[in-house]
Design a protein around this ligand. Structure first.
Ligand SMILES: [Zn+2]
Length: 99
């Protein structure tokens, strides 16, 4: 009886047997192990890059179906836009003012 063959996604080598690593390039070929490795990478990225509290609040508000909340989110975006326009204007003013 043949043992399971797995094709390495990295170098294309067909690996037979129970090894979870490629015989040629030593990369993971076991799909479950690859999945676990990807989950682990994502988890580490999440921990290193936690969403800011503002992102969390906005995401929660966006998910809401309350029309008042949706209007509030729109106003928040508008305020954010105005804030950047004013900031750009001040920077331009400072840069344009001699001395
Ligand atoms: Zn390989």
């Amino acid at each position: 009886m043949d043992s399971v063959s797995r094709k390495c996604q990295h170098c294309g080598t067909w690996n037979t047997g129970d090894s979870s690593h490629c015989i040629t390039c030593q990369q993971l070929i076991d799909p479950i192990a690859i999945r676990q490795q990807e989950d682990e990478v994502r988890r580490i990225q999440r921990e290193n890059n936690p969403p800011g509290w503002l992102d969390k609040v906005i995401n929660r508000l966006k998910a809401s179906r309350n029309p008042f909340v949706q209007v509030f989110v729109m106003m928040l975006r508008a305020a954010w836009f105005v804030y950047w326009v004013i900031l750009s204007f001040i920077i331009w003013l400072v840069a344009a003012t001699p001395g």
